[in-house]
Design a protein around this ligand. Sequence first.
Ligand code: HAM
Length: 432
Amino acid sequence: MPAFRTVRGMRDFLPRDAERMRHVEQVSRELAQLYGYEEVITPVVESYDLLAAKAGEEIRKRMFAFEDLGGRKVALRPEFTASMARLMATKMRNEPKPIRLFSVGSLYRYDEPQYGRFREFWQADYELLGSTRPEADAEILMLTNDLLKKLGLRNYSFKIGHMEILRGILSQEGVGEEQQNRIMQLLDKKRWDEALTVVRSAGVSQNCVATLKKIFGTKGKEAFRVLKDAEESVMEYEKSVAAVKNLREILELTIKSGVELDVMIEAGFARGLEYYTGMVFEPYISEIEMALSGGGRYDKLVELFGGESIPAVGVAQGVDRIVLAMKKQRCPPKIAKEKKVLVIPVNEEYVAKAMELSSLLRSAELIVEVEVMARTVSKALSDADRRAAAYAVIIGPAELTEEKVVLRDMIKREQKIVEIKDLCKEILRRFM
Ligand code: HAM
């Protein structure tokens, strides 16, 4: 047999990396609980039509799509939002609103593998359904800020825009939805000139092209000044003016709530997913060019899937990229090894006792590894350092006759004899 490798774009996570990924997942889950988001688990395989409906051309063409053995056209999910909206349109349709949902897991896109871009990646997804209010948008921004802060990230900033600024202009000019989607895809990739060519070919007014050009350049960190400029530029487009006002409300509320957000407003910011109808955002750090997360408001998706009209706003935190960001900024990973104890029998006769004591220690929430290689005590102890164990418990005949064991401090390299009945207490006391 050949030496197998992972499939291109797929990765193994060895213990250190797996630990980092799970740490981000765990903090995301704890945060979901703090904000009242309930966890749901949806399938990795979904109907192609559901996933493709509003994914946008870019994601649509990169889906892992196939026919299952029953002849159904299915795909591996490229994101969570479609599944969450499906739940809302079906099984959860009668639940009282608002509904806060959380999910975490792997997603699949046939992207070109490179730094920060993988074919299998993880998201921690939060969706707040049932409210059109700016406080719902503000909550999603606040939650994302909390997550990045909790993980120890620094100097991140939020790029924020509003889909209706651009779409408001285009709709008023009579540009159809399909062409609008195409324009948004190009803008998402910063291909401004090509986007303008499509706009022109749709037969819009001169004023429209001039306004769009102005909007593309309307950006900056002084949020309220940028919004004022944007408002002046779109004066003649009613829906766009409303969009700027909505964005202003969201930001005012976020700031008044005491959240210190470093924002970068971009009036011409578009995201590739087609379901967005309102505020959109992405957090960045300067060390990585890619967005760490992405989110926004989507008020029409649940309805599209056959449910009643349920407005919604959400965010997907990119677990892989957050891990990369934490590495770049040298954020400490979780210290999981601090309470590790090694249990070593001096010879075969004491293996059963070692297993018994390991259970006792684990019942006190200690991480315990038993020596399973029948090595001598000195060999097992030298391995204890490599395994980052803080203590070793050595079980031998002399002490055992008196219900005692040897407790060795691996850092101080000291040991003492401890009664078995006091063992857990003694180790826990030292870990305090
Ligand atoms: P998205 O911007 O496509 O949005 O993805 C969100 C995040 O997932 C990205 O910012 C990135 O961190 C991560 N991500 C996406 N593709 C890859 C990849 N190929 N490799 C590594 N990481 C990746 C969504 O998925 C929306 N469903 C977000 C949302 C939720 N909007 C409303 N609710």
